[in-house]
Structures are given as structure tokens and as C-alpha cells.
Design a protein around this ligand. Structure first.
Ligand code: PEP
Ligand code: MN
Length: 338
């Protein structure tokens, strides 16, 4: 960390900062310029709090020089991490598409969804049994019963299941019922207690980006999971909130190269919650893969106009099939497998 002192800082103030650094077990190196004095803290600077140092008299600014995240950073792990989900690889040269309805509704809807997912050549299935809705009066998901329904339908097609965990009290049941991938939704990206709990297990986690989260906040959220011991983390960009109202959210495609530079973990895109309309999904999905995403999370419903949740943005089975063919062409140009 670098601590820049005020021009008028006294020797006593400089000594005070040095003492604070040494109290934390780090060394300090002082560099006196004509204009300013700069103090460098040498050692594991992550334990130093810049806000605390900036509150000391005579301090102008305290800046971390290493990244605040470690396990998730490419700086510490240069190769791409490949996550294995029941034999389906994601990361490196491997692209995975995950598709299925927004929410689990009925056994027949889940059976039709699973067979459509399989027929399109998709190898993992999504579906929410617990739904984070803006209004308390909207459909909240069918709950645990939905997980059984989901597991049964997906199991018949040999598809691992991806579902959202909303409440830390549900985690044990999710594991008992055999959830293969836990989705942490946008609204919970900074629910630190939830992140710590999924950090204690080894089930892969899809961490969606918060509605207004910066890349750095998102990486720090992943670090919460990783620091508990679970390194099976997949980032999912799902659109961010901006001034634009013509679509549900803005798919931040820039996040793909930026994140892939910052982290070794896989990065996927959810074009459905980004665009919010089914007709936008294919072009957003193609752009995501072209930009280097390691996969997609796409909402598909056997009969979109009957969906209990997010009906407008669900593509139908035929559209999914067509999209998969287009994506495989893009992937092959990029020397990747889908
Ligand atoms: C979902 O995937 O159905 C969902 C609720 O997503 P998000 O958290 O991105 O809104
Ligand atoms: Mn949805």
C-alpha cells in the first residue's frame, strides 16, 4: 500500500502512520519528495484498511497496490480454470449452454423442457423453484417440491440441474435433493452470509452480477466464496441497470474480456434477463460467444406464452435448436468446443 501524506504533514504525523503500519506487522519505507512524502507499506497489505489510514491526521490518500481479491485473480493462477459438472466441462476451450424455463411449474412442463433441452444438444438445465420477485404478490416459485420435479425430469435426460438458492436455510435441502449447480442471483450477489455458506461446500456456484455491481465488487463477492474453500465459481453477466429503458437491462459484453483478464474462472452470459425479450436473445447470445464467454444461461419454455414467470423472454424449443447450431459455428471459428 502507498500512503501519500499532505504537503503540510509534520514529522510526528509521518511517524504516527509508520507506527500504525508496523503495529500490523508490516514494514514501512519512507520516500521524501520535494512536494510530498510517500510511505510504502511492505508486506501483506490486504490487512491494511485504506479508510482507517486516511482518517489519520496528515494523510492525503492511501492506495492498495495489489488487487484486493486473491484466489479468484488471474494474477495468482494464470491458466483458465475448467469446472467439471458431472462430466460437462466449462472453461478453457469448453463452452457450455445451460437452458430451461425461468421457473419450475409442473411435471409435464419440466418433462417437455428437459426433452427440448436435450434435443437441442444442450447438456445442462436451469429452472427456479424459488423465485426472487420484485412484487410479493407475484408467483414466488413452487418451492422444494419443484426441486424433486426438476431432478426427476432432468434425470431422465441425464442433465445436471442449475437452480437458484435464495435463503441460506435452504442449502442443506438443496444438497440432499441433489442440486448440481447453485445459482446465486443478482439480488444476492452481495448477500455475504449466503456467499460464505456456499463457500463451505464444493458444489459449483454460478454467481450472477448484481444489478449495479462494478466488476471489482463482483470479483470480491466471488472471493467471499473462494476464501471459504469453494473454488468452483462461474461468473454470470446478466445485464446491468443503466439509463436505457428500451430493454430490460444492458448486456455488458465488455465485462467478458475484462473479467477474463482479471480472473481464471469461467464467465458466462445470460442474454434472457439482459434483453428481456425472446426476439433479442439469439443475437445477444451470438455476441456473447463471439466475445469469448464460456457459456450461456438461456431461458427456454416449451410454450413461452404460458410461462408462469418471464414469459416475454423465453425462447421456444425450435429457437433453442437453431441457436445452438449458430453458436457451434461461432465456437468452431474460435477453436472452441460447444
Ligand atoms: C433467473 O435466472 O431466473 C433470475 C432471477 O435471474 P437474475 O438473478 O439475473 O435476475
Ligand atoms: Mn427469469
Amino acid at each position: 500500500m502507498i500512503i501519500v501524506m499532505d504537503k503540510s504533514a509534520t514529522q510526528q504525523q509521518i511517524d504516527n502512520v509508520i507506527e500504525k503500519i508496523k503495529d500490523k506487522g508490516l514494514d514501512a519505507s519512507v520516500s521524501r519528495g520535494i512536494e510530498k512524502t510517500v510511505i510504502g507499506a511492505i508486506g501483506d497489505e490486504r490487512i491494511l484498511d485504506p479508510e482507517l489510514l486516511e482518517s489519520l491526521p496528515g494523510v492525503q490518500q492511501a492506495l492498495h497496490i495489489v488487487k484486493p481479491y486473491k484466489i479468484v485473480a488471474r494474477e495468482w493462477h494464470s491458466d483458465d480454470t475448467i469446472i467439471n459438472i458431472k462430466g460437462n466441462l466449462i472453461g478453457g476451450e469448453n463452452i457450455q449452454v445451460i437452458s430451461g424455463p425461468c421457473s419450475v411449474e409442473t411435471p409435464s412442463q419440466m418433462a417437455a423442457s428437459a426433452s427440448a433441452v436435450k434435443a437441442a444438444g444442450v447438456r445442462m438445465m436451469r429452472g427456479g423453484a424459488f423465485k426472487p420477485r420484485t412484487s410479493p404478490y407475484s408467483f414466488q416459485g413452487i418451492g422444494f417440491e419443484g426441486l424433486d420435479m426438476f431432478k426427476e425430469a432432468a434425470g431422465k435426460e441425464n442433465l445436471p440441474i442449475v437452480t437458484e438458492l435464495l435463503d441460506v436455510r435452504h442449502l442443506d435441502t438443496f444438497l440432499e435433493k441433489g442440486v448440481d449447480v447453485i445459482q446465486i442471483g443478482t439480488r444476492n450477489m452481495q448477500n455475504f452470509e449466503l456467499l460464505k455458506e456456499v463457500g463451505k461446500i464444493h458444489t459449483p456456484v454460478i454467481l450472477k452480477r448484481g444489478l449495479s455491481a462494478t466488476i471489482s465488487e463482483w470479483l470480491m463477492a466471488a472471493e467471499y466464496i473462494a476464501s471459504g474453500g469453494n473454488h468452483n465459481i462461474i461468473f454470470c453477466e446478466r445485464g446491468i441497470r443503466t439509463f436505457e429503458t428500451a430493454y430490460r437491462n444492458v448486456m455488458d459484453v465488455t465485462a467478458v474480456p475484462v473479467l477474463k483478464r482479471e480472473t481464471h474462472l469461467p464467465v458466462i452470459i445470460d442474454p434472457s434477463h439482459a434483453g428481456g425479450k425472446a426476439w433479442m436473445v439469439p443475437s445477444l447470445a451470438r455476441a456473447a460467444i463471439a466475445a469469448g464467454a464460456d457459456g450461456l444461461l438461456v431461458e427456454m419454455h416449451p410454450t413461452p406464452c404460458e410461462a408462469w414467470c418471464d414469459a416475454d423472454q423465453a425462447i421456444n424449443p425450435e429457437e433453442l435448436k437453431k441457436l445452438m447450431l449458430e453458436l457451434s459455428q461461432i465456437a468452431s471459428i474460435l477453436n472452441r468446443k460447444i
